[in-house]
Ligand binder design. Structure first.
Ligand SMILES: Cc1ncc(COP(=O)(O)O)c(C=O)c1O
Length: 408
């Protein structure tokens, strides 16, 4: 199929972008929360719900076989998309949160004991903080936290005191969902590995804004959600290196993840099924496979150049607004902008923007410790994808200026 090489071609795949909200043409700048879906994904979901529906891996009938095929093809698509070694290393979950929880449970019970340590970052999403707080509490382990500077960038000098032989795993975001900063993950991975610690990257935002190669990164786990990558909600991926996954016990038991069950004892299915208990969201996963096929059609040079244009356009526009504080000024920035405006509450601003047809996020963005770090109760976030346009960034700032004037 032909590559998507420009913005017009990109937008024509997304019916949701072509709608009026509050009687205005929609400007959808809440992509960090969830992305809109391309037509091919919508059609696959509709087709499956209207006919191609049979529970996977279990029955001999045709509908089950077709769904199994779509499900396992999606696994192959994910494996190739992130350059994993094998489909056995791709586990389907319900999202990034579920993927992190899987590791926080299974890895911890196997590898973390009293007195060991886990490292997270102050700028992380709650779904990479809370599961580790819970896991450390259960294991009697210490939760260490990498701080960020006034720009939201990792204070790498602190790593010397945070990484030692007690550390068993580092779990951090690849790209911050608030600041849009691409973190220097390679450095933390190398340093953690020197001490024998594993590294999980929360790729909820990372997988969306450029090529992810897990072999190249040499991370031990990579977690992401389908719905931020043009796929459906309730789908996610946990990539794990085979050698670690083999050693981990499943944390959920049920159908499909077993080899043999007696009332006295159960043996588990081989990877990846041992971590996929119960009926998975097979229609969603098939649609995630289709979303990845879609992303593969988007020319990477177009995507990178267009995201750079969007980032520099919005950066320039926002910097010109008086009283606006932009968080996360970094050279490694993707089109995710969080800010506050003096004298105006973030929620009021977001509500007024909504009346103008502009969808943005406001509040803590599931990053309360980061808000505390910056001494704020919340922020406004505009997060863009390569289907957004330069005209939208201009219209957005025009609406923003108008809203600020109305509220001041
Ligand atoms: C960086 C990051 N991590 C984790 C999550 C949680 O993703 P989900 O709610 O899809 O599980 C998000 C969602 O906003 C995110 O941006």
């Amino acid at each position: 199929m032909a590559k998507i090489v420009n913005i017009a071609q990109m937008r024509e795949h997304f019916p949701a972008l072509n709608q009026k909200v509050n009687n205005r043409d929609l400007i959808y700048f809440d992509n960090g929360a969830t992305a809109q879906k391309p037509q091919s994904v919508i059609e696959l979901i509709n087709d499956m719900n209207s006919g191609t529906n049979g529970n996977i891996h279990r029955a001999v009938h045709e509908l089950s076989a077709r769904c199994t095929d779509l499900y396992e093809s999606a696994r192959l698509a994910v494996k190739e998309f992130i350059n994993a070694e094998s489909t056995d290393e791709i586990i389907f979950t319900s999202g990034t949160t579920a993927s992190v929880n899987l590791v926080a449970n299974s890895f911890t019970s196997r590898f973390i004991s009293k007195g060991d340590a886990v490292l997270i970052c102050e700028a992380d999403h709650h779904s990479n903080i809370v599961p580790w707080q819970m896991a450390c509490k259960r294991a009697g382990a210490e939760l260490r936290v990498l701080p960020v500077d006034q720009n939201g960038e990792w204070i790498l000098d602190k790593l010397d005191s945070l990484i030692d032989s007690k550390l068993k795993i580092v779990s951090v975001a690849h790209i911050s969902n608030v600041l849009g900063i691409k973190n220097p993950v390679q450095e933390i991975i190398e340093r953690a590995h020197r001490f024998g610690a594993r590294v999980l990257l929360d790729g909820a935002q990372g997988v969306v804004h450029g090529k992810v190669d897990v072999k190249d990164l040499n991370c031990d786990f990579y977690a992401f959600s389908g719905h931020k990558l043009y796929g459906p909600t309730g789908t996610g991926v946990l990539y794990g290196k085979r050698e670690v996954l083999e050693e981990m016990e499943p944390w959920m038991g049920g159908g499909d993840m077993v080899d043999s069950v007696t009332l006295a004892k159960t043996t588990f299915a081989p990877l990846p099924l041992k971590f996929e208990a119960g009926t998975p969201n097979f229609i969603g996963v098939a649609a995630l496979g289709e979303a990845i096929n879609f992303v593969n059609r988007v020319d990477i040079d177009f995507m990178t150049a267009h995201e750079e244009r969007l980032t520099s356009s919005l950066n320039k526009e926002l910097e010109e607004i008086e009283g606006l504080t932009l968080f996360g000024k970094s050279k490694q920035k993707l089109p995710i902008f969080s800010f506050n405006v003096e004298g105006v509450h973030h929620t009021d601003l977001a509500m007024l923007l909504d009346k103008m047809g502009v969808a943005v996020r406001s509040g803590m963005m599931c990053c309360e410790p980061l808000m505390t770090r910056f001494g704020v109760t919340g922020m406004i976030r505009a997060s863009l994808l390569p289907y957004n346009t330069i005209e939208e960034t201009e219209l957005f700032t025009k609406s923003l200026r108008k809203a600020i004037n109305m509220l001041r």
